[in-house]
Design a binder for this molecule. Structure first.
Ligand SMILES: Cc1ncc(COP(=O)(O)O)c(C=O)c1O
Length: 473
């Protein structure tokens, strides 16, 4: 009996599924022939399938809007694209075609938004949620946005101190507008975390006092939004619902004090498919969230808030993939077979190496061959540059092949469209567009005196923007 890789997949999962299929024994992704791309471009290469971004945005908006309607929920739903998960021009441009709002996380993000605006990609009425640590530079750019007429820019305060700095800059620049603000609630982490309360946001126990003492009568700002974000994702777990209820209770307390508060921001965190057996009921989670908010608001006799999400990974993660070929197979002992691929996993999918993030791994060809468990190794000299079942709690089973085969074995890691480029520093971009710092060389001269010189200044946004495909700024 032949026990082929195809039999394994067919018997273990639903297949074909979610854009994965076989054509002439080669894997296709959303109908795209990967063999054709390999023949055309060689390996390795990354790619992004833009139509998937549209599907994800439409799916989320439809689900939220349908559940809002069916439950006679009074607030509106606002989809914000979280730029930090993929900043490329072609990606944000695609998201903007589907009428999204934007969420930013650092100063360069605002330059990026202005570049898109100058190219006519959206109107000044767009909602821009400004999250992240507010450096002086970032605050100044938010004030500039107000001056330019972006009056739906909401500055989500991450600490007490950010309010003072915002007002100081506003007054210094003689800005006359009331700045819309939100408050981010700091969440308590899951028990296995190495710390208890997140460094982001303001502790839940202090938010209402902060509002009463510093914001309620403050003529400079208008309080609009409560924000919370669970880093481990929106999951049907006791932990998620505990933090969600905490945020909802704080919202109701604040709403009783504030006339202007009308928005509840759930942050990001929708999961994506990271193995073929992945199951997640998006509709159920959205329904639970909306009905819980409605019940609580009705009970407390307060209006139902507008809802905001900032889905990053969910919007673009499933659109991306990276394709390698196996250069060599190495049998290092009786049990272990290594497939050495033609790049480095550390450099291309850093989340797999650093935080054991799983991605869908599938061969592109040789589905009719028998299979076995393998370790995948990169060609960097680093011992950690590998991917195997032990680390990922997920079998890495791949087709066997003969050294004399004419065609190499091609492998694809799929659903890698979020964060991998910026975290791996693709071409010089950086996570959250935080620039590379100034680089100083220190030496001793012939007399033994210390001499220092600047090798390179801090990275500018122009340098990053060229890599990301933005022009004209
Ligand atoms: C404030 C905030 N919103 C949204 C996101 C996006 O999360 P995800 O990509 O999991 O949807 C993040 C991610 O770090 C975040 O910090």
């Amino acid at each position: 009996m032949k026990n082929s890789y195809f039999d394994l997949i067919e018997q273990t999962y639903y297949f074909p599924q979610n854009g994965f299929d076989l054509r002439y024994n080669y894997l296709t992704f959303h109908g795209v022939s990967l063999k054709h791309l390999i023949d055309k471009y060689g390996t390795p290469f990354r790619f992004i399938y833009l139509p998937k971004i549209e599907d994800q945005i439409k799916k989320t908006k439809n689900l939220f809007n349908r559940i809002i309607k069916n439950n006679d929920y009074k607030g509106n739903y606002n989809f914000c694209y979280c730029t930090k998960c993929n900043h490329f021009y072609h990606v944000i441009n695609e998201a903007l075609k589907h009428n999204v709002n934007l969420e930013t996380s650092s100063s360069f993000d605002i330059d990026l938004i202005l570049s898109l605006f100058n190219n006519g990609k959206f109107e000044k009425t767009i909602t821009i949620i400004c999250n992240g640590y507010k450096t002086d530079d970032y605050i100044k750019k938010m004030i500039d946005l107000y001056e330019m007429g972006f009056h739906n820019c909401i500055v989500v305060l991450d600490s007490f101190n950010e309010l003072n700095r915002l007002i100081k800059f506003k007054n210094k620049h003689k800005n006359k507008h009331k700045i819309k603000i939100g408050l981010r609630m700091a969440i308590d982490e899951e028990p296995q975390s190495s710390y208890y309360t997140s460094r982001f946001g303001i502790p839940g126990t202090k938010i209402v006092d902060f509002f009463n003492n510093k914001i309620r009568n403050n003529k400079n700002v208008e309080f609009k939004m409560l924000h919370f974000y669970i880093d481990s994702g929106i999951k049907d777990t006791l932990y998620y619902w505990r933090e969600f209820k905490k945020a909802l209770n704080i919202y109701t307390e604040l709403k009783k004090e504030s006339i202007t508060l009308d928005s509840f921001n759930l942050g990001g965190g929708f999961p994506i498919q990271n193995h073929l057996g992945f199951e997640y009921d998006y509709e159920y989670m959205i329904r639970e969230i909306i009905t819980n908010i409605k019940q609580t608001c009705n009970f407390e006799n307060i209006p139902e808030p507008d809802l905001y999400t900032e889905f990053g990974k969910y919007t673009v993660g499933e659109a991306g993939a990276i394709i390698f070929e196996v250069l060599e197979q190495k049998k290092q002992n009786d049990n272990e077979l290594w497939y050495i691929i033609n790049n480095s996993l550390m450099n291309t999918i850093p989340d797999a190496w650093s935080i054991q993030e799983k991605f869908i791994l599938l061969p592109i060809n040789k589905w009719g061959n028998e299979y076995r468990k393998v370790n995948i190794g990169g060609i960097s000299c680093d011992h950690s540059d590998y991917y195997n079942s032990e680390d990922f709690n997920q079998d890495v089973l791949l087709p066997l092949y003969d050294e004399n085969d004419k065609e190499p074995l091609y492998l694809g890691f799929f659903h890698t469209g979020a964060y991998q480029d910026s975290v791996s520093g693709y071409g010089g971009i950086k996570h959250c567009l935080i620039p590379s710092p100034k680089h100083v060389i220190v030496d001793r001269d012939d007399k033994g005196n210390i001499v220092d010189t600047v090798y390179r200044e801090e990275q500018s946004f122009d340098e990053m923007f060229k890599i990301l495909g933005y022009h004209g700024r």
